[in-house]
Design a protein around this ligand. Structure first.
Ligand SMILES: [Zn+2]
Length: 463
């Protein structure tokens, strides 16, 4: 295999360790690159963490184990929905990087489909895996869009351990995070090609930190600052309606982009690893290196931006399945093409829920997450619910006034928005009739917000 192909097809982590040889070979041949490997930045994260933040890596391992233990204790999928508010930071230099609102809204739609198993391609999942497909029941709510025009470049530096800190710093041409414990911050920019010894060596599509600021982390873990917590996406990967092409690393045109880099990176953000367990990180394929999830079959390396359903990189009996299984290339946490991936497993959903019950507890604005001991005993409610007529009642206890109500359809559209003022009699419940003639039949998520407290409940409309 010629060095260039070798370079393209091997996972990035190996690139670095064999990079000197390859760089020398490339320089000697002086041939233009035919294309660049395209990566999720998680490998970069792993490598930099191992090199520069060894204690952080240990802490992450401990957290991962703790989350798994929580999942084993039975945080069930029925406790959802979890609602996560999203802040987009569009940090742009050239006009095409300043993505239109419609692209950002479309990205939210994609996330709400993928994280509620409402994506249109669920039927592409092979039947042998249908029983392990999970519905994460996580909803993403667009909270704010911040736009920053910049002159800065955003470039990973592997030698110094640079993780695009300038992107997240207003003083350096980026955009400061909004309270990362309560908001999912997503930075969108042009990520410069990865350079090794001055040679373009890859293109990172996105990057995310796993759970941060955890109670079981050592105090002196040397972690990156909380202001770096969140997800970074290259602007060409955002949304299904993005007009900016991303070249295919293997040639033959452009990658199919369906907004699923965000689905993948948020998976990392919620504690998931790649399904192959990053077992080949140091160049040793390893079928024993698990992602920690029982129902993702063993794999020793990642897919190659394709959809090879014959792929079976570990010929061994899977304890969960009782037989050898092919690689689960339809999983969002593989490197298959975006037109191939369509599912999380139930085990992955359990882990994400454990993270949302644990280290990222403050993030979710959900009734499933309320600490009942510190919340008022009464909550806003709808009646009748389900509602069948042309109107329904909302009833709000005095301790929840004044407040804002927003009601979202399951496909992410804001259906109702109302404010309710304090009543003159501060002991009294507020009761008000709301029109439902414009609400289509279906299930809605309603959120009451008072100051920084939220109450999330559901409304069912029957027509
Ligand atoms: Zn990844």
């Amino acid at each position: 295999m010629p060095p260039l192909a070798y370079f393209l097809y091997w996972p990035w982590a190996r690139f670095f360790f064999v990079g000197v040889l390859i760089a020398a070979t490339l320089a000697a041949q002086a041939q233009p690159m035919q294309g660049l490997p395209v990566l999720c930045g998680q490998e970069v994260f792993h490598w930099i963490v191992q090199k520069h933040y060894p204690q952080l890596h240990q802490a992450f391992e401990a957290t991962f184990e703790a989350c798994r233990a929580n999942a084993a204790l039975g945080f069930s999928q029925e406790r959802s929905p979890y609602v996560i508010p999203v802040v987009f930071h569009v940090v742009w230099k050239n006009p095409e990087e300043n993505l239109h609102d419609s692209i950002l809204i479309n990205q939210i739609d994609v996330l709400n489909e993928d994280y509620n198993r409402q994506n249109a391609d669920t039927n592409n999942l092979r039947s042998i895996f249908r029983h392990v497909a999970g519905n994460a029941r996580i909803r993403f709510e667009l909270h704010e869009i911040r736009r920053v025009k910049t002159n800065a470049n955003f470039q990973f530096n592997l030698l110094s351990g640079e993780l695009l800190t300038n992107l997240k710093n207003s003083a350096q041409g980026g955009s400061n995070a909004k309270d990362p414990s309560r908001y999912l911050n997503i930075w969108i920019c042009r990520i410069q090609p990865l350079m090794i010894f001055g040679i373009p060596a890859g293109q990172i599509l996105g990057f995310a930190f796993p759970p941060n600021n955890l109670p079981n982390w050592p105090a002196n873990s040397g972690a990156p600052s909380p202001g770096q917590d969140g997800v970074v996406l290259d602007f060409r990967t955002v949304g299904r309606n993005n007009p900016n092409p991303m070249p295919n690393p293997i040639g033959g045109g452009n990658l199919t982009i369906r907004g699923r880099t965000a689905t993948h990176e948020i998976g990392h953000y919620l504690g998931l690893r790649h399904i192959w367990g990053d077992g080949d990180f140091l160049g040793t394929n390893n079928c024993n290196q698990s992602d920690g999830i029982d129902d993702t079959p063993f794999a020793n390396s990642q897919s190659q931006f394709d959809c090879n359903k014959n792929r079976n990189t570990c010929l061994k009996i899977e304890p969960f399945y009782g037989s050898d299984m092919p690689d689960l290339v339809e999983n969002f946490m593989d490197y298959s093409s975006e037109s191939c991936v369509n599912m999380f497993t139930r085990g992955q959903v359990n882990l994400m829920h454990a993270v949302l019950q644990g280290p990222r507890k403050q993030l979710v604005q959900s009734s499933s997450n309320l600490d009942l001991g510190s919340q008022p005993m009464s909550h806003p409610m709808f009646y009748p619910n389900p509602t069948e007529g042309s109107s329904f009642w909302v009833s709000i206890p005095p301790e929840w006034l004044p407040c804002q109500l927003s009601i979202w359809s399951i496909d992410g559209r804001l259906a109702v928005e109302r404010s309710f003022a304090l009543l003159s009699d501060r002991e009294e419940w507020l009761r008000e009739s709301l029109e439902s003639t414009n609400l289509r039949s279906g299930w809605y998520v309603a959120r009451f917000q008072k100051d920084n407290r939220c109450w999330t409940t559901s409304l069912c409309v029957l027509k």
